[in-house]
Structures are given as structure tokens and as C-alpha cells.
Design a protein around this ligand. Sequence first.
Ligand code: PRX
Length: 656
Amino acid sequence: MPEGQSRNDTIEDRLVEDRTFPPPESFRAASLVSSPALYDEANQDWQGFWARQAADLLHWDQDWQTILEWDEPFAKWFVGGKLNVCHNAVDRHVLAGRGDKVAYHWEGEPGDTRTITYADLLADVQRFANVLKGLGVSKGDRVCLYMPMIPELPVAMLACARIGAPHSIVFGGFSPDSLIDRINDAACRVVITADGGYRRGQPLALKPNVDVAVGATPSVEHVVVVKRVNEPVTMVAGRDHWWSDLMAAADAECPCESMDSEDLLFLLYTSGTTAKPKGIMHTTGGYLTQVAFTHKYVFDLHPDTDVYWCAADIGWITGHSYIVYGPLTNGATSVIYEGTPDTPAQDRLWDIAERYGVTILYTAPTAIRTFMKWGAEHPASHDLSKLRLLGSVGEPINPEAWMWYHEHIGGGRCPIVDTWWQTETGAIMISPLPGATITKPGSATFPLPGIEIEVVNEEGQRVERGGGYLTITRPWPSMLRGIYGDPERYQDTYWSSYAGKYFAGDGCKLDDEGYLWLLGRVDDVMNVSGHRLSTAEVESALVDHPAVAEAAVVGAKDDLTGQAVMAFVITRGTHSASPELGAELRGHVATKLGAIARPKVVIFTDELPKTRSGKIMRRLLRDVAEGRDLGDTTTLADPNVVEEIKRRAAESPTED
Ligand code: PRX
């Protein structure tokens, strides 16, 4: 155990990482924020700070009377204000003479491309808004979108926003059952889909899933289908319509509905692994304010020169906020890519980044670790010299993955913004400001201006140093407004652990300089001989070894120690699995974190079970480690992976 460490009832802090990266001088000099002034301004008057952002970044049809009404846990921001999200994202740029500016460079997986200007977007959105009206959709009606990453998806979202109909996007990888639950919970009247989309070089059908689903969703009156892959589909007369037919017949002009700041903009369901999915509610004025603010300052956006690429899926909150609403509100030029990163080859992303001259890239640690596994020769074969800033989101980023991203993608010159947030927070909460913050590999650094975070212990008392639980102590503009139809569950899930604080469900530690290090979900904490260890730290220690590409760690029941550390490891490059390597890795973890964290078993595998958004499903690994039958695997991206891991686990000797 490292010196000075003692047992405590929160999460132990073991990983020591002391490399620091100040913003490069050339970056700092040209950045939007190069000093702590913005933090000072927000500290003096946080509500006034958000009000200034709302006024600076957005067009309001009518001013608000009250910045914030807070009746814990229910917030209302910019009360009395009126605005339209689509007007802010599209119309006002065209009205200001920027209609020819490219909003999206879109690239399909087979290599087809489309360039969409703000004027193009406005034309399509108006027509599609009229299509929706023609199908009987009016303000307040919910619309379900179940689509691939094609330009019609942002068009449909913006058309919904234009007429005040909240959208509920269901990620295209979800099954008919998931679709049924989500459509019924929101009682959607219309579903917008496609015949299919491309994935790994193959058309992946979507419409047949909708056909199954709508048999069990009485609220659905119409289905609109985009033709993308030209696969045969069944169209039910009167119910199903081709997108192109409806668009051709629609009027070209549709005014924006002036919406109340607190009107619902969208629902997005988070797939709980056990319980029924929660319909997270996001509203209009506060959401757009914080999304626009964070997109501008965290990514240091210079809209006239930057080409920005968030390589997430629009079906997740990252895509809602940082492919659609944030970038468009700020008048950015973005890249959207439909498919997978290894089609046709493992350099696809770098080929795209080079061709479009991408300057800002935002992706996830799971993707970065996959790129590490594939090898640095793929990015090295492309000119990535236009890149100037990199971002990470979705999971704790291991220091080694951070360093690899920095060196092999960022050429050693690009700051990295590790951004912590959630579907529920709507927008980034913890992140460096790239021109002002000295970063440390693996730390999301500090709360953004206007945001207040507290790390607390089991009793809810503030922790000044070391591990604990991440809480948010005051309302923020893009916070969820609740769970659709279930205010009690909202209160219970997020506001009942610690009085007066939002509990995010994540472990977090504070270092001596007040940097925040996210430790993953608290459900993922292990208890070994009374020590609460974070899986994220053991995983980082494993990935620190040159032979390891990716690692997932779980605590499995153990008669002697309560739980034992079990490690699932994917080797990197030419390194291959062997009992000797297993022993070496166990020793490596013990050296880095102390003997208590030494894995009892190292199981080598080729893949890890992940959700469709790329998060490791530790629950399933725990089932494997404890020899149980597998629980619910419906949210797993590839169910075959677990069978293979079970086989490997059965072959791995316990190394005590
Ligand atoms: O555990 C945290 C992790 O992802 C969770 C939120 O997941 P989701 O709602 O799907 O949203 C993902 C995109 C915002 C968080 O509770 N997480 C997200 N970003 C980070 C992170 N963990 C560590 N570091 C991050 N930067």
C-alpha cells in the first residue's frame, strides 16, 4: 500500500500520475479563454453569469423575467423567455448572410458524400416541418426517430424543434422491444425511420424492426421512411410514407413556433441495465444556453476556420448536444460520418480527418483504445497536421490512452479536453478550458465556470483530498427537468442520496491541487479486504503496461477477501497471452497501486462485452467471474463476445 494511505469508507486513491501539460503558447495566444477571468466572473454571480451567456449566445423572441426558479429538485431557467431552437441553430445564420456556409460535410460508409450548407438545411427543415404538420403533428406531440446517421436525422430533429414537437431518438442499434418500450412510454404519434443504414459494409435493416414495434404501439399513426440502402421494405398503405414523396409535396415555408424557455425540447431514454428505461427530459432555453456555451469554450471554437468533428452517434446525448444543437447554434462547420471506423480499413477516420481538414476531434476512450490496438501506423499514414484540439467523453480515459491520443493523433501539439458529463446533465460539466487549464493525463480537471461540484464521503460530508462520490451542488441550465411521467423516480434516483445535492452515481477523487479524477460508476467499485478500490484505477494500471491494449476489471465474490480483483485483458500489437505475461501484469498492478490491488486472475480475451455506446458491461463480467448464468444481455452490442470470454475464463488458472 502506498505510504500515508489508510482504510476509509469511501473509494481509495492509489494511482499517482504527475505529468502535466500546460496549453502550448501558440494555442493559448489564439484561444477564446486564456486566463481564469471567466471563472472569477462566474464565481461572483453564477446566475448572472448564465444569464449573460443566454443573452450573448442565443436569439430570444421575448426576454425572460426570472433567471432561475429553484424548487428542489425542480428547476426552471429563464422563466418567461421565449425562443425557438431551430431558429437559433439555422435561420439566424442564413438571415445574417451565412447561408452558404457548410453546416455538415456528411460522408456515408460506402463513400458517398453530401455537403449541406445552412441554407440547404433551412430549406429541408422547413419542408419537413410541413410534412410533420401534414401528418397531424402539432406543438407538444412526441415524435420518435429511429434512424441511421444520415442528414435526414438532424433535419428531422430540427423540424420537430421548429414546430415545438419534442423528439425521442432511439439509437438504431436497439431492438424492436426497446423501441416498443420507448414509443409507448412517450406515446409517440409518428415514427421516422429508414429502410436501413450501412454498418461494416452491409446494409443493416431498420424498417422491419419498426414494423414489429408498431404492432404493439397503439399511439403511432404514421411512419415516415427514408430510402437509404434500397432494400425491399413493406409499406402499409395509409400508415407508411416515403420521406421523398412527402417532401416533394410539402410547402417550402414554415414559420418557427415561439416556444417557452421551459417547453420540452426532447426526451432521451437511458437504458438502465435492470430497471425500465428512464425518459430524461430536456427543455429549451437552459439546455441550448449551456450546450452553446460549452461547445464554444470547451472546444475553443473559431467558426470561420475550424472543421469540427464529434465522432459519436446522434442517438446518444453526445450527438444531440455536440453534433446537432451546439455546433449549429454556434454556426460551426462539422463532419458527420455514417459508419464504422474500420470500414473499409482501419484508417477510415484518419482518411476522413485528412480529407476534410478536421481541426477539432471529439471521441471516446473506448475508440481511442481500439485505435491503440490497431496500431499507430494507421494515423501515421495520414496528414493530421490541421488538428489543433482533441476531446474525450464517455468514460474515464486511462493516462496511457490519453498519452497515445496526445502523441499519435495530436502530434504532441494538441491540448486534450477530457469532458465529464451525462445524459442527465445535458451538457459538459467538468472539463479543461484548453487555452487556460494545465491538464494532467486522465483527469477531467475542474468544473466549468458556473458549475459547482463537491466530492463527498458516505455521510455526504465534503472531501478535500482523496476518493469519494461526485455531487453537483447547485442547479445548472441544461440539467434534466425530470424523468418523463415519473417525478418520484427522478427525486429518488438523483436527489435522495445526499441532502440538497444531485448525486451523479460516479466515484471521483481530488488530488492535492484540486484536480478531479473520475473513477467510474460507484456500482463498479470493488471491496477487497475492506478496501474500496476503483475498477478504473486498476484498469489504468493495466493499460499502463506496454503489452495491454484494453482492460476491464471487476470484483468477484471471494471467501477470503470479500471480493477479489479479476482482470480481463486484451493484448496489444505483437504481444500474446501467456501465463508469464499474466504473472507480470499482476506484479505490475501491485507495483503501481499496492499489493491489495493485485488481480487474483488475469483472463486474456480478444473482445470485451460493451453496450452499444461503448461502455464495458462489468455486470456481465462479474457474472462470468462468479460462474453465474448471464443476466440480461439485451443491451450488449455483440452477445457472442461473452460466450468466448466464458470459455477463456474456464481455461484460466487462479493464480494465488
Ligand atoms: O460514468 C460517467 C461516464 O459516463 C456516464 C454518463 O453516461 P451517459 O449518460 O451515457 O453519457 C455519456 C456522454 C456524456 C457518467 O456518469 N463518463 C462520461 N464522461 C466521462 C465519464 N467518466 C469519466 N470521464 C469522463 N470524461
